[in-house]
Unconditional design. Structure first.
Length: 238
């Protein structure tokens, strides 16, 4: 058994219907990881709780959020400083959506609204580089996404692993043990459909077809594999 817990650094909550039916981001992470992780879990709400010592953790997953990294809220600045320390200590880290952006900003990149617009739904991902995080054997490589912001400028040393039609930085390797994915590996078909329903009015205002996006929603096993591979290939063993 692993000696240290796998930490979920909570940065926000999913939409209300998902929260009521399936739980928060940490619950969705655990559901997606399944038996790929046999050790303990530790939930830490980065917005209000004290952050643990990075060396006391097997790894860290930073969740999504409806907040924007561009807000530069005090808790975000505190979390960014903590993430820089965790990267220096080579704690395995995976940032998801907002977490991906927070990590990118912490390491010297820049987050802003994606100039290509909102990305939402099940999207095809183009793989650009070979890496343990990516299961290139699953084709087409489809992932579930919902975001408006993006890491528009990369920090020094970051390597682009994947892109989509609307997101040039869909998966990044920031450092030896630090990764970010702009998509949501923990979102399955049902959760994706709930997100599309919750955003229906906004999508219509932006000229997007919610019904078509709902019909094309996928379980996205390739996207989910990025999460399980992080746990099995990169999280610190016992």
């Amino acid at each position: 058994m692993p000696l240290y817990p796998l930490c979920v650094l909570i940065a926000g909550d999913p939409v209300q219907r998902v929260l009521e039916r399936r739980g928060g981001w940490s619950s969705l992470m655990r559901q997606a990881v399944g038996d790929a992780w046999a050790g303990a879990w530790l939930d830490v709400d980065a917005r209000v709780e004290e952050l643990p010592r990075p060396k006391a953790l097997a790894g860290v997953i930073i969740t999504g959020s409806s907040a924007s990294v561009t807000e530069r809220a005090p808790w975000m600045l505190r979390a960014e400083a903590w993430l820089r320390s965790a990267v220096e200590q080579q704690t395995p880290i995976l940032g998801v959506c907002f977490g991906h952006q927070l990590l990118g900003q912490a390491l010297g990149g820049r987050v802003d609204k994606n100039p290509r617009g909102r990305e939402i739904g099940s999207v095809e991902v183009e793989l650009l580089d070979d890496d343990p995080l990516i299961d290139a054997g699953i084709r087409p490589y489809v992932a579930n996404a919902t975001h408006v912001d993006s890491v528009v400028e990369l920090p020094a040393g970051a390597r682009v692993l994947a892109r989509t039609e609307l997101e040039p930085h869909a998966a990044l390797r920031f450092a030896k043990n630090a990764y970010g994915v702009q998509f949501h590996p923990e979102i399955d078909r049902d959760v994706m459909r709930d997100y599309l329903e919750a955003r229906r009015d906004r999508l219509a205002e932006e000229g997007l077809d919610a019904d078509a996006l709902i019909a094309s929603a996928s379980e996205a096993p390739a996207g989910r594999a990025a999460l399980t591979r992080f746990v099995t290939e990169l999280v610190r063993p016992a």
